[in-house]
Ligand binder design. Structure first.
Ligand code: GLN
Length: 433
């Protein structure tokens, strides 16, 4: 069978229709490659071969009966391990959920499988999606397939690496402040942040509920568009060449966005993560003498350093006496950041920015300085705070050969225009940096 590492969704469809391979054969080969090569980058935390082969056999049965196939029929997919999969472990990259097996599927997973997707396994990520490098995974860091001594970005680093390395055709990630777009840019793939609320969050383990999104990573804009259900089957210099008018716009409150995000996201995280108390879910340290000891030991040993830092920060900004000065003020700043976009979109259809201030950095390079790590998200966080949609598209390489992503942001629910622009840019060949 042909090399599954370079397949696109269209090619899977063609191959299935022409009976060049069956969905079962494709699933077995995709699993074989992904499992064999997982040691290279640690993109996956675990695989679900039974589920994959069952999904593939449903597609083969449809083909045998000449039934209409779904948009993702037979397509090998990877799912970030913060997204619930029934009967398949969902760890969130945390010791605390190391053996947690959800009793239900996330809506996004149900929707993908109802279109015929074949889920191969669950991808590595920063613990509870908190991070920008995937080094906060409690299990192991992910390596960037383009430059294995560097990080793949985060927190959906496993999903980006799996797609970049050809260990899945497309993947689901989650994005709270940049976690789809930034790893996509670091690994040279496409990543979409859908408008807040477009994709159901049911079954996405909550980090910061007012900012959490599920979205796809793919090797082409068209594949990413297919996953979000945008069926347009049919970029600054490139966009100008394509007939677009380029104007500068100002987003004056961007300076405050990182501070605002790290107040709101940590506040929500401190509340969302209160449920991991040693009573529910899987992890409990030992028989503790008192209830308080049990909480303390379970959370003390179960959570990693970054998660603890955020719970402490979030609890602080919500506490009596500090709520108004931090949390309330951050909510007001969030409204101003959102207003900047409303103003800007009065005169332009889309906004182009970098995705990240720097390309993939070396493993370990920023781990000792959390604030430096937080700055990774300066270009992605404003869109997250505003709840608009965005995409990261590969737009060239640095002189050292590292991928660079360009971000296209568009109005709420304007994914169609955003994806058309991204596709036009990709088709025009991007530009070289
Ligand atoms: N890097 C950001 C953070 O650490 C964003 C994470 C995300 O989008 N899940 O919070």
């Amino acid at each position: 069978m042909e090399d599954v590492r370079t397949l696109t969704i269209d090619r899977v469809h063609q191959g299935l229709r022409a009976r060049q391979f069956s969905a079962g054969e494709l699933a077995r080969e995709a699993l074989r490659i992904a499992e064999k090569e997982n040691g290279k980058f640690s993109s996956y935390l675990h695989f679900c071969p039974e589920r994959a082969l069952e999904a593939a056999s449903r597609v083969d049965a449809q083909i045998a009966k000449s039934e209409k196939l779904g948009e993702l029929a037979g397509v090998p997919v990877a799912v970030k391990d913060v997204i619930s999969t029934r009967s398949v472990r969902t760890t969130c990259g945390s010791r605390l959920l190391e053996n947690y097996i959800p009793p239900y599927d996330a809506t996004a997973v149900i929707r993908l499988e109802s279109e015929g997707a074949v889920i191969l396994g669950k991808t590595n990520c920063d613990e509870f999606a908190m991070g920008s490098s995937t080094e906060n995974s409690a299990f192991c860091p992910v390596r960037n397939p383009v430059a294995p001594d560097r990080v793949p970005g985060g927190s959906s680093g496993g999903s980006a690496a799996a797609v970049a390395a050809g260990q899945a055709v497309v993947a689901l990630g989650s994005d709270t402040g940049g976690s789809i777009r930034q790893p996509a840019s670091f690994c040279g793939v496409v990543g979409v942040l859908p408008t807040y609320g477009r994709v159901s969050r049911y079954g996405l383990v909550a980090f910061a509920s007012s900012l959490d999104h599920i979205g796809p990573l793919a090797r082409t804009v068209k594949d990413a568009a297919t996953v979000v259900g945008d069926r347009i089957r049919r970029g600054p210099d490139v966009f100008r060449r394509l007939g677009c008018e380029i104007r500068e716009v100002s987003l004056p409150h961007t300076d405050y966005a990182i501070a605002c995000y790290y107040i709101i996201a940590t506040a929500e995280a401190s509340s969302n993560l209160a449920r991991y108390d040693g009573v529910r879910y899987t992890f409990r340290t030992r028989r503790d003498p008192t209830l308080l000891d049990m909480y303390r030991n379970t959370r003390g040993e179960g959570f990693g350093a970054e998660v603890k830092r955020r719970i402490i920060l979030g609890t602080y900004v919500l506490s009596a006496g500090y709520y108004d000065a931090y949390y309330l003020k951050a909510q007001k700043v969030r409204a101003l950041v959102a207003r900047d976009f409303t103003e800007a979109f009065r005169s332009v259809d889309a906004i182009l920015t970098p995705v990240s201030p720097f390309p993939a950095f070396k493993l370990g390079e920023k781990m000792s300085d959390p604030l430096e790590m937080y700055l990774s998200d300066i270009y992605t966080i404003t869109g997250s705070l505003a709840g608009i949609c965005g995409i990261s598209v590969p737009c060239g390489r640095t002189s050292a050969g590292l991928p660079i992503g360009m971000q296209i942001l568009a109005k709420h629910f304007d994914e169609h225009r955003m994806l058309r622009l991204a596709h036009a840019f990709e088709t025009a060949g991007g530009f070289e940096v």
